[in-house]
Design a protein around this ligand. Sequence first.
Ligand code: ZN
Length: 239
Amino acid sequence: MLADIHGNLPALQAVILDAQRSGGFDVVWFLGDLVGYGPHPDECVEYLRQYPLTGVAGNHDLGAIGEIGLNRFNADAAMACLWTQRTISTSTAVFLRGLPRLLRLPPFILAHGSPRDPVWEYVFSPSQALGLGMLCAEPHYMVGHTHVPAIFSMTAASPPPGVELEADGGVRLRGRLLLNPGSVGQPRDGDPRASYALLDDSSETMLFKRVAYDVEATVAEMRRRGLPHRLGLRLRAGY
Ligand code: ZN
């Protein structure tokens, strides 16, 4: 389960390698924002397409193909988005254009932001997750967009009401949960390591993982390609 790869190829390769070393995988699920911010949009899409793949579009993917106006993004994001628009190949653009915004794979539903507003809604808190609980029949919502790994209960009665994950650890998927694997290519929880999750649907567990990767290789490539300097600095610090 990958989210918010953001054109960061070294981070993407590191998590795929880690997943292979951790027993392998049948399919890659992604939760949007394959591109935007990072220097390797085409490379990330091509790399992922080697594997069985299913997932949804994020706001940056839609920005990169002109389906969302740049005025919806902050200054650095808009600059990177414009660069991405001008850089991506026709094949990448066609791939991004074909992505759904919401995907139902019972008992899971996949969206970049939330099932209510798949493109833009950020779910940062347990109370927000509670408010979304009755929206869909599927008991488990998989989302990205915040770049912060999280697991929230969507039923007031069932503990825990909401737990932010701090360390690697398997989570048993019980009750109605909203899960966010964190960001592969631009983590924002103060830990610069790439974040992703392994989902085992037979044991119904999800293992949140962090993987170190060559941040400086990505930062150097961003500089070389003229992307905003601040976007490189935030990768080093994970914010
Ligand atoms: Zn994102």
